[in-house]
Design a protein around this ligand. Structure first.
Ligand SMILES: [Zn+2]
Length: 442
């Protein structure tokens, strides 16, 4: 006896079958291994393609039946042949058939391609996947990943298309964020933590690099401790990022919006942690009119990192550790005195230069150096390293460190907007649909 299975897709009208087609039909045999036990990717794709092809075309018939009245004149639309068009979903590519509808009186013709009807030729889900991958990987890597999951390479997942979709979605998200600025804070926070951090990104423009700035805002109670020895976890936060050369207008606006979403209000006290660059302090300062007060703290993570990057002979190392010891206690005067001695003792020219640069860094940020040890004891935030390193992941993971990557401001900014949304808790899931509809309408 020969055993087979068959999948049929049917259209029902009041429980009566009006159309049906066979999607797949294949033999049922005893499996020999894990390869022939499952349906296999080819059958999977055939199944998805077959079912969807049927449904898409039926939906288009429905559409033409609805379009009876001419939107331009009192005339009626009549059928004028058919028009083939393409449509792409997450796993399948389709040729669909539109019924051409035309006005007998004024020659108006209803949209009869997927692009003119829907503003795009991909499904919303595909565009979500493309833009998410495009924001996390290079566009070529995203193309490869999609090819792996589709079991084949598809023109719709070409890196150029992924780039286009990613940029459109990012731009639309940014526009949405701008609108939200007008929203008032519903749930005012008494305390907010703000991290502002900069990073340089290689560019195709004349300058050798462009500066990106990213902010993360969260409530202290959102920082929950993990198991000992692992990083703490941020369960709620909002992020902002920008590379625009606009006198920081965009990053200031986006940071303000992020803070408002976290509950910024006139009664809020902000603790601002920055890496020490003056443009980062500026972003934090721009929040002053919107809150009660701000405590500025030079991020201990950056202080420690800078010190680690200075290589000294072992004779001077212990003296350098004394400098760190004083800084850890917020004793800037002693730290600077010790540092000055060290510069005098240092014979290596390179080390001397680095020590001098560090001296200047401490002088420039002296009023933002606090008693880190006391804060730690009191359980207060003193370093961005205690939070998930969002600034690092926003800018560096996607946009830096790869030598072959060169960005334009126009190309990088939408990617950063997407990454900021994906990194903000709940933001991307809540927004991708409206971003998509706005991107199509744009
Ligand atoms: Zn008409």
């Amino acid at each position: 006896m020969r055993k087979q299975y068959k999948v049929i897709v049917q259209t029902l009208e009041d429980d009566k079958i009006t159309k049906e087609s066979t999607v797949i039909q294949d033999a049922i045999l005893a499996p020999e291994n894990c390869l022939d036990f499952a349906l296999g990717i080819d059958q999977h794709m055939k199944l998805i393609h077959g079912v969807q092809d049927h449904v898409l075309n039926e939906k288009l018939l429905c559409l033409s039946e609805q379009q009876r009245n001419c939107p331009k004149c009192p005339g009626r639309l009549v059928k004028r042949g058919k028009q083939e068009s393409v449509f792409h979903d997450i796993f399948s590519d389709h040729k669909v058939t539109f019924v051409r509808m035309r006005c007998a009186d004024c020659d108006y013709e209803a949209p009869c391609t997927t692009r003119s009807q829907f503003g795009c030729i991909q499904s919303g889900d595909l565009q979500k996947v493309q833009s998410e991958l495009g924001s996390k990987h290079s566009f070529r890597e995203a193309q490869d990943i999609l090819s792996i999951f589709s079991g084949r390479s598809r023109g719709i997942n070409n890196h150029d298309r992924i780039k286009q979709v990613t940029e459109k979605m990012g731009d639309a998200l940014y526009a949405l964020n701008t609108q939200e600025q007008k929203m008032a804070a519903i749930n005012q926070a008494s305390e907010l933590i703000l991290n502002v951090d900069g990073g340089h990104v290689k560019t195709t423009e004349n300058q050798r690099s462009i500066e990106a700035i990213a902010s993360v805002v969260y409530r202290p109670e959102s920082l929950v401790p993990n198991e000992k020895g692992t990083r703490n976890q941020l369960i709620g936060k909002h992020c902002a990022a920008s590379v625009k050369d606009d006198h920081q207008r965009e990053i200031v606006t986006a940071t303000t919006i992020a803070a408002i979403k976290e509950g910024l209000g006139p009664q809020t006290h902000i603790t601002a942690l920055c890496d020490g660059a003056s443009n980062c302090w500026n972003v934090a300062q721009s929040l002053e009119p919107h809150c009660k007060s701000i405590t500025y703290i030079l991020d201990w993570f950056h202080v420690a990192m800078k010190m680690e990057n200075i290589a000294l002979p072992s004779t001077l190392k212990s003296k350098f550790m004394r400098v760190k010891w004083h800084l850890w206690r917020g004793n800037t005067g002693n730290a600077l005195a010790r540092l000055n001695q060290l510069i005098g003792l240092s014979t290596n020219k390179k080390a001397k230069e680095k020590l001098k640069a560090f001296y200047t860094y401490i002088v420039n940020n002296a009023n933002k150096i606090i008693d880190y040890r006391a804060r730690k004891k009191a359980g207060l935030v003193f370093t961005s390293n205690l939070a998930e390193c969002t600034v690092e992941s926003l800018i560096n993971q996607r946009c830096k460190g790869k030598q072959h990557m060169r960005w334009t401001r126009a190309g990088l900014n939408p990617v950063l907007q997407l990454r900021a949304a994906i990194h903000s808790c709940g933001e991307w899931n809540a927004k991708w649909k409206s971003a998509l509809l706005n991107a199509i309408a744009a």
